[in-house]
Every structure is written in structure tokens, then in C-alpha cells.
Design a protein around this ligand. Structure first.
Ligand code: BGC
Length: 733
């Protein structure tokens, strides 16, 4: 009821004060703060309340909810504007992989899908992340959206988390950098992007109630550091707080997360929106620092709608707090251009150009894990057997709210419709980008036969007759579920049978995250293509034929099996203490001397590189950078990822990634790269001084080709680095 009244109020306001609107909101002379303050002064309480309550923007029969007609149909959210003051509505869509449609939407809007967030992270190239974000933002604009629910930066702590494909890996520096650049790319289109899901929402099992606890310093050095770096590099207009509990409070009601860390320590100025249904009370949420509640209608909670109206009337929430909430929202809308460049569905998406962006990203993020005898790129083959993974039709995508549909209509252009689950957390969607078709195009004259793999005996027989067998292995994952760290069904069995029939077997993986590979020793080559997006089939063919040279590196460790995990049995429920602290991913393997299947940072190429010994440099401000000369000593142009790891005895693990750079080199070319070291990666969070502190002692820095390999280390002691005296604390956390 309240919803209708508020929407009606906004509509009525339009006719009263339209003239004034122009002078208020279009005045571009002030700073975002000044402009937000000036508009706030003109607002009634009802108008302020409009800004803090978001609606689901898809009909939802379960709660008998009909989406507001002013929203963009079939999308995630809508927040009414204030036309009288020139403040546009907020049209929200998901976002991380491309412009999504809600699964329950009657008709899906066609959009370009990027490779998964993990694939983008695997490029280790911030420019790839920015270009992908810019592409998503441009499509969002074309469909009239101005808020993108993107920027997933939850650390991959639990390899079975069903949403890992939306995130950017297990290391805070890599994850924060890649998510930050994706956010910046999106926002370059005059819109707001979120960073999400804040914080410690690292698994889907029990996601609405599980209570995460972690030691204070370890939290700052891991998940929170990833968020902080993403905020610095992406400057998102909004932070989306998550579903889970943290230290007993729901994340959207956590004064620690929303006020202590975000406002006091980080001095952040944007607004906090809740995940859809993640706020559970008015008083706690408002006091903790929540500014906008999202998705009314998908859930019945109306904490920042009716609940807030009542609290204001009772005086349990003061008017000043509502002013603060509205001001933060307005400020971000001004800062990111939503008011000066109002979104409207103008259309005109260049799908061919955008698919090329996606294809390039998929090429940059694919990781060549094994290539015995240089079987790849495919050369002088006459007959290829391709098996499984629906490679004749398309490439797999991840499910849930981030699902992008390639076409319109109810099925949304799914290349393999009808796979289970059909509905939430499905549907399972394949993008119509067939690796087989593209291989045929790129290898004219080669006989390429395809079998779906449902009959392993037939598959083995086909493989035997071919020069090379290529088996596609898939792992689907989705929001709201966690998954096995394995290929779906019995694809492992299929691969083993094929590999026995033909030792020249290549496995192409389309997985949401890390999987076990019981057949790893039996196959000649493995290419991890992740969930490769709209141009994924073409990208895979490019890499197999050598039209493109693999340059991705793992953004997550691939464990040998679950026994190596911090919590081997399965993702936990209820109380979820992070006893491993900041010892996440490769750090866990390093600290416990475990040998994974493939380590973080690992990836092969079709060319070869050398790295000369590293030297350290210090600028006038005392900031360190590592300088390394990289050379391409092979026959092909290719890119090396220089990974700089720092080590110190007193840390959570022997080594931390402290900086990285991707360098593209022609055959015979050498280049010197300077890689700045973020000082927080040489520091520890000191609870007593509430800041980053560099301990005195011995440190070493090495350039490596993965997290667990040995590089030639340069050692130094802190006494020599006057900028970091013992106990020196960096200015702000
Ligand atoms: C997800 C968010 C998403 C929102 C809106 C939630 O279920 O956790 O990531 O942005 O839905 O679709």
C-alpha cells in the first residue's frame, strides 16, 4: 500500500515544480556535495523517503508483487526519482558479466556477456577489466539503466562457492585491482556501479543466516583489503552489503562494517544499498549505516519504507539520519553523472563490436595449464574428434541474478535450452558461440567430427581414429548454491576413457572455478577457458589453433582434492569461523607446504620468457617498486605476467602477492617493467594502533611465474628502508 502512495506522490510532484527542477539539478557548477546539499534543502520528507526504498523491477507472483511500471521490466531494481527537482529514477540491473535479466522475467533482453569475473581476473590485465566494464556500461545505458549491481570482489576462500565465477579470485591485490577496474569501466558511462557483497559473503551455503567470524587483523588483511583496493581503484558510487551475518549482526546491520570500517576508517562518501532482502530491521539497519533498502516486492521487508516512516514518527530514528541517507544517495548520483546525463532506453547496441570485446577478454583470460610435447597450437592435423560440453552449440555460462541472456523471448536465446535446473537457480544457459563451428572455419580441410559424449565407448572409438581428441568439460554453478569441486556428472570418466584411446587428448575446461582433474596425468593438454562469454566459442578456437596465444594466469589455486582445503568436508552452516584468517588460497598451500594441482598465478604460453634479476627502487616518498626485465625468447608474440611476491617471517603465510604487470612482447623483444609495491602488502594490521604497521626485520621480494615457484629474491632489512621504521604506521587504514 505504502509503495503505491509513495509512487503516486512522486508522480504528482512532477506537475507542481517542473520549472524549478532545471535550476536545481542541472546546476553543474557545484561539487557533488554542494549539489546534493542544495537539492536536499528543497526536499520534503516524503521525497527523501522515496530515495531510500528500492523496488524489485520484475513481477513476482510468489509475493503477489507487480513491478512498478516506471521501472525497466524484468530487471533487478527501481528507485523512484523526484522529477520536480530534476532527480531521475535509479534503474538498476545486474551487471558483473553483462546486463542481466531476472530469470522470472516474461521476456529476456538480449545482451553481450563477458567471460566470468574469474576469467577476467585470470587475464591479470586491468585494461581488459576496464574495457569489459565499459562495454557492459554502454549496453546498460542503451537499455536505460543507470545503476549496475556489479563489482563482485568476495575472496575465493571456499573453492566450492557457487558464485566464485562472479568474483575476481583469492588474492586481495589481484581481486581488488580487477574488480576496481571493471567498476571504473562501467562508471565511465555516467552511471553508478556497486562493489559487492560487503562483506565476508564467501559461500552460498546458509548465506542468509551463516555467521562469519574472523580475527580483526586477519579480516583487514584479506577480504576487507580486497574491498578497500576496489574502492580506491574503481570509486564505486555504492557499496552493496551482503546477506550473511558478521560477528553476530547481519552484514547490512553491522555498525562495524558499515560505519567503523567504511566511514570512519576509510572515509568513504557513497551510499550503502542492501542486497535484495538483506536488511532485517529498521532500527538496527539505519543505526548501523544502511542508506537504501533494495528489492521490495521480491521480499516483504519494508524496513526503510513503512518501517522508517513509523520510526521517524516515533522519533526512534532522527530526521538528520534520513537527511544523511538521502544526501549520500544524491551525492553519488551527482558525482557519477546520473543527473546531468539522464538514462533512457535509446537502444543502438553494437552487438558485433561488443562480442569482439568479450572474445578478446576470453582469449586474455584463458589459462593453458598443460601442453605436453607442444601439442597445442594444433598443427598438421588431418582429423580432430571433438567430444562433449555441447561444443557443437555453444559455451556455458553461470546462473543466478548475474545471468545474461544472449537473445530475446522467454528462453533468451539459450543455445541449449531445457537442461536442468530450468528455473532458479537455473536456467542453465549456453551462449550460441560454438567452438566446433569456429574450429571448422579456422581449419579448412581438416575433418572435425563431434560426439556429445553420452556414449563413452563411441567417443573413445572416434578419438582413436583422430590425430587429436578434444574433450570439453563443464562445471555449472549459480547463485544460492555451492557446488562440487569437480566437473558435472561423469565427465571425468569420459575424459579418462578418451585419453586412454588417444594420448593426444586436449581437455578444454569451461568451469565456474577450480576443479579436480583425476585424469590430469593421462591427457596431453589442458586449457582452462572458464565460463567464456558471448564470444567464448570463437576465443577457444582462436587459442587452440594458435590464432591467439594463451596469456591467462590462475587467479585461484587448483587444489589436488578437498583434503587440502581448510574445511575439507563441505561448506559450513551456522557458525562459520574463519580460523584460517588471512591465510587464503595459495597462502594456505604455502603455509602448510601443500602441493596443489596448479598454483595461483600459473599459466603457460606458446612462446617462452625469461626474467632478469629484480632490482628495488625507492621514490622520494619512500614507496618501493620492483624493476624487472622481461624477454620473449620464443617464436611467437605473447604476454608474460610478472608477479612480484614479498616475504617476511611474521606474516600469515610465507609470501604475498605485492604487485604485478602484464607485458606483451614480440619475439626477441625485452622490456624493463617497474611494479609499484602497495605498502599495505608489506605491513600488518595492528589492532593496538588501529592501522597498518611495518615490522622491523628481514624482507625479500622476488619476481615469480606463480605463487609457489621460486624466484630470485632480493632481500632487504627494514633498517635500510628508513621510510618503514619499526612501528611506523601508515596514515589511514
Ligand atoms: C544477489 C545480488 C544481486 C541482487 C539483485 C541478489 O540475490 O545476491 O548480487 O545484485 O540479487 O538481482
Amino acid at each position: 500500500m505504502l509503495k503505491r502512495v509513495l509512487l503516486a506522490a512522486a508522480g504528482a510532484a512532477l506537475t507542481i515544480g517542473a520549472a524549478h527542477a532545471q535550476t536545481m539539478a542541472k546546476d553543474t557548477r557545484g561539487t557533488p556535495d554542494e549539489r546534493a546539499a542544495a537539492v536536499l534543502k528543497q526536499m520534503t520528507q516524503d521525497e527523501k523517503l522515496l530515495l531510500v526504498k528500492g523496488y524489485f523491477s520484475t513481477d513476482f507472483p510468489l509475493t503477489k508483487f507487480t513491478a512498478p511500471p516506471e521501472g525497466r521490466a524484468g530487471s533487478a531494481g527501481y528507485v523512484p526519482g523526484i522529477p520536480r527537482l530534476g532527480i531521475p529514477a535509479q534503474w538498476q540491473s545486474d551487471a558483473g558479466i553483462g546486463v542481466a535479466s531476472q530469470g522470472g522475467a516474461k521476456s529476456k533482453r538480449p545482451h553481450t556477456a563477458l567471460p566470468s569475473g574469474l576469467a577476467i581476473a585470470a587475464s591479470w590485465d586491468p585494461e581488459v577489466a576496464f574495457a569489459g566494464g565499459a562495454m557492459i556500461g554502454s549496453e546498460a545505458r542503451a537499455d536505460g539503466f543507470n545503476v549496475q549491481l556489479a563489482g563482485g570482489v568476495n575472496l575465493v576462500r571456499e573453492p566450492r562457492n557457487g558464485r566464485n565465477f562472479e568474483y575476481t579470485g583469492e588474492d586481495p591485490l589481484l581481486a581488488g585491482t580487477m574488480a576496481g577496474h571493471a567498476i571504473a569501466g562501467i562508471q565511465s558511462n555516467h552511471m553508478i556501479s556497486t562493489v559487492k557483497h560487503y562483506a565476508f559473503n564467501d559461500q552460498e551455503t546458509d548465506r542468509n543466516a551463516g555467521n562469519v567470524t574472523i580475527d580483526e587483523a586477519a579480516g583487514r588483511e584479506s577480504d576487507l583489503l580486497a574491498f578497500k583496493i576496489a574502492l580506491e581503484q574503481g570509486n564505486p558510487g555504492s557499496v552493496m552489503c551482503s546477506y550473511n551475518r558478521f560477528r553476530g549482526d547481519f552484514a547490512c546491520e553491522s555498525a562495524y562494517l558499515l560505519t567503523q570500517v567504511l566511514r570512519k576508517d576509510w572515509d568513504w562518501k557513497g551510499y550503502v544499498m542492501s542486497d535484495w532482502g538483506a536488511a532485517h530491521s529498521t532500527q538496527n539497519a539505519v543505526e548501523a549505516g544502511l542508506d537504501q533498502e533494495s528489492g521490495f516486492g521480491l521480499h516483504p521487508d519494508d524496513n526503510l519504507g513503512a518501517g522508517l516512516v513509523a520510526a521517524l514518527a516515533k522519533g526512534t530514528v532522527g530526521k538528520a539520519r534520513l537527511d544523511e541517507m538521502a544526501t549520500r544517495i544524491l551525492r553519488s548520483m551527482f558525482e557519477h553523472g546520473l543527473v546531468d546525463d539522464v538514462a533512457s532506453p535509446v537502444g543502438g547496441i553494437d552487438f558485433a563490436a561488443n562480442r569482439a570485446v568479450s572474445r578478446k577478454a576470453a582469449e586474455a583470460g584463458a589459462v593453458l595449464l598443460k601442453n605436453d610435447g607442444d601439442l597445442l597450437p594444433l598443427a598438421s592435423v588431418k582429423r580432430i574428434a571433438v567430444i562433449g560440453g555441447h561444443a557443437d552449440k555453444g559455451v556455458l555460462s553461470g546462473g543466478g541474478s548475474s545471468q545474461v541472456y544472449p537473445g530475446d523471448g522467454f528462453d533468451g536465446g539459450n543455445a541449449v535450452p531445457g537442461l536442468k535446473p530450468n528455473f532458479w537457480p537455473g536456467p542453465v544457459v549456453f551462449y550460441p558461440s560454438s567452438p566446433v563451428e569456429e574450429l571448422k572455419k579456422q581449419l579448412p580441410g581438416v575433418q572435425i567430427d563431434y560426439l556429445d559424449g553420452s556414449d563413452p565407448v563411441a567417443a573413445a572409438a572416434l578419438a582413436k581414429q583422430a590425430d587429436v581428441a578434444i574433450v570439453f568439460g563443464t562445471q555449472w554453478a549459480s547463485e544460492s548454491i555451492d557446488v562440487q569441486m569437480a566437473l558435472d556428472g561423469d565427465q571425468d570418466g569420459l575424459i579418462s576413457v578418451v585419453a586412454k584411446a588417444n594420448p593426444k587428448t586436449v581437455v578444454v575446461l569451461e568451469t565456474a572455478g577450480a576443479v579436480k582433474m583425476p585424469w590430469n596425468g593421462d591427457v596431453a593438454a589442458v586449457l582452462e577457458a572458464w565460463l567464456p562469454g558471448s564470444g567464448g566459442g570463437e576465443a577457444i578456437a582462436d587459442l587452440l589453433t594458435g590464432k591467439a596465444v594463451p596469456s591467462g594466469r590462475l587467479p585461484v589455486t587448483f587444489p589436488a582434492d578437498e583434503s587440502q582445503l581448510a574445511y575439507p568436508s563441505e561448506p559450513r552452516k551456522g557458525e562459520i569461523p574463519y580460523a584460517e584468517g588471512a591465510t587464503v588460497g595459495y597462502k594456505w598451500f604455502d603455509a602448510h607446504k601443500l602441493e596443489p594441482l596448479y598454483p595461483f598465478g600459473f599459466g603457460l604460453s606458446y612462446t617462452r620468457f625469461t626474467m632478469d634479476a629484480l632490482t628495488l627502487d625507492q621514490d622520494d616518498d619512500g614507496l618501493l617498486s620492483a624493476e624487472v626485465t622481461v624477454s620473449n625468447i620464443g617464436q611467437r608474440e605473447g604476454a608474460q605476467v610478472v608477479q612480484v611476491y614479498a616475504s617476511h617471517a611474521g606474516w600469515e603465510a610465507p609470501r604475498r602477492l605485492a604487485g604485478f604487470a602484464k607485458v606483451s612482447l614480440k619475439p626477441g623483444e625485452s622490456r624493463k617493467v617497474a611494479i609499484a609495491i602497495d605498502p599495505r602488502l608489506l605491513a600488518k594490521w595492528d589492532v593496538a594502533t588501529h592501522g597498518w604497521t611495518v615490522e622491523s626485520g628481514q624482507y625479500a621480494i622476488a619476481a615469480q611465474t606463480d605463487a609457489l615457484s621460486e624466484g630470485e629474491a632480493v632481500g632487504f632489512s627494514l633498517d635500510k628502508l628508513l621510510f618503514y621504521p619499526a612501528g611506523w604506521s601508515m596514515p589511514k587504514p
